[in-house]
Structures are given as C-alpha cells and as structure tokens.
Write a protein that binds this ligand. Sequence first.
Ligand code: CP
Length: 355
Amino acid sequence: MNLPMPSSAPLPPSANMSESRTSSLAHLLDWHVLDDAVWSEAIQRAVYHHEHAGRWTDAGRGRSIALMFFNPSLRTRTSMELAAAQLGAYSTTLTPGQGTWKFAFGKGQVMDGDEAEHIKEAIGVLSRYYDAIGVRVFASQTDYEQDRSDRLIHTIAESATVPIINLESAFFHPCQALADAATIHRRLEQPAGRKFVLTWAYHPKALPMAVPNSALLMAARLGMDVTVAHPRGFELDDGVLNLARSYTDNVRIVNDPDEAFEDADVIYAKAWAGSLVYSDPEREQALRSRHREWRVTAERMARTNDGVFMHCLPVRRNVVVDDSVIDSDRSIHLLQAEFRLHAQKAILEYVWNLR
Ligand code: CP
C-alpha cells in the first residue's frame, strides 16, 4: 500500500517560532526556540521545586494568569492552577464555549455563525486583566499545514500583550516536555548517552502528535540515544525529526517494537495518528487497528536494561500498557505526573522573570 508520508519540508517559520525570539514577551510556545541556558535553568528549577515539594511562597504575589482550555485536561489544568497558587498568584480557568462565548479564529472571517467573539478581542481583553495567559488548543487533524505551523496558538500569541504559555498546541506540549526532562534527570541523573525509546502504541482514537514531538525533542536535547519505534504509516514529521537531529546524531527509526526495547533505559509510550488521518481518516483507522500488538508488555520490558516506563497520561490500561507494567516498580508515570506541578512553577518563574 502506498502511504502518504508526512511533509519533509522544514517546519514553517511560525512553528519554528523564530519570531518569538524577537518578541519582548517571554512567551513559552515551545522550548526549541529558546536557548539552552533557558531550557537547562527550567529543568534545574523543576528539580528544585520537586526537592521543595509542598512549599508555598510569595514569589508570584500580585500576579495573575488566565487558563483557556479549548480541550479537556486533568493534569495540565490542576497543576497550573496549583502552581500559580503555590507561588502566591491568582488563576482563572476558562472553557471556551462553556460559560464563555465561542471564539472565532479566522482572518477576515465573516462571523455570522455560532462564534460570538473573535479570539483577537478575547486575548486582547484578557491581556488587559492578567499577567499571563495559558492556552490549550489541540490539532485540527484535518489541516496538516495549520497543525504543523501551530497556526492557532500563533494567532493567539500575536494578539497578546502578556506572555502566552502553550498548554498543548497542535504540534508541541512544552509543559509536558519540561516535566519529562526533569523526571528523567531525577531518575537517571546523567541522561546523556542512555537509551530512550519513544514507542508508538495502539489506541482506538487517532491522537495528536504534540506529545510525541515534544518527547522526541526533549530526549534528543538531553543528549540521549533516541530510538523512535512505530509501524509504517505512523512517521513523525520530518521537520521535527530534523530538529531532534540538530541536538544529537543518535536518532534512529525502527518499525519493530521488540527490536526497539532491547537494552532501553527509558520506554516512553504514546499513541499518535498516522499521516492518513489528514486525507483519509477511515483508512487511518483501519491501518491503526491492524497494530493492536504495539502494546507495552512485561515481556517487552524484560528486553530492556531494567528500563523505566513513562507515559504522559491519560493512558488506556491493557491497550497501551499492560497492568503488569504500569503497576510495577519499573513504571514512573506518577512521578512524571507529579513533576508537572514542579515544571509549571518553573515555567511561571520564566515567563514572569521571578528569578
Ligand atoms: N499529560 C497531559 O497533558 O495531561 P492532561 O491532558 O490531563 O492535561
């Protein structure tokens, strides 16, 4: 079968986010446009907050953040609300369309449909009330160029006069990436050179690529020996792979999960959609359902170098990972989730220049 491959073009400028370098605002749209010093400092601060877990301070007193969730969340929402509170700041969580107006995004859009307010006004207003705005807005999974350029979060950033924090966009999840990096540092201490496997897993739904993209970039930037394992038809975007290869020469792709798990120090499982989702969702579903054996099992974990199991959560037990793995002491998924709180504090410190 001929499968459409993801674009091999470089990421468009908006996804490269080069403009955020020139912005005077400390947006956190993704780490890959920020310097190594910022990335390293954020990891150190997340580890520091883990070592001082439960400490409440006044560092962010007098600051406020609005959190807009266009999509559901457990961890990101609660950890960011609590991080703000533990730094002495105030947060408001908004679910667009549920208790707020529905927002339009289109340039030049004739707003004669359901949407009563344009995102430009919404973000303009919130910028005048709050000191930062967090936004979760997932991939469309219908418009690949919109998704790979992260157009929606860029439209929001362009309308803001306060820092925007990406709480998971179409292509990146920097909050998850920082928590994952800090978790790996905590667990492995010296991640460079250790084997990190990002393994595709079967899932009944076609999930976005933000987490796998960010996990790949995170592990590569830590200097890990990275293996990406997936069935054919589930390739990651070449622009993201090329970014990962700009951090380390050690990024390889395999199409066999048993081979991938050999001698791994970290198994990071994630489901994501195949590229067919953009052109033929029914064929993507059919192709995906042929790969139910892509599951993290105890037998596969036995191939690793006493490796740990990671997952960003939520996870489907006995579909993505067996109970015997996630309930074992090899699984650090809850430590990883805990680090979301510590990472959010580090992110608020960055955007508000609290240090
Ligand atoms: N991992 C993650 O972002 O979790 P939520 O979707 O629950 O926020």
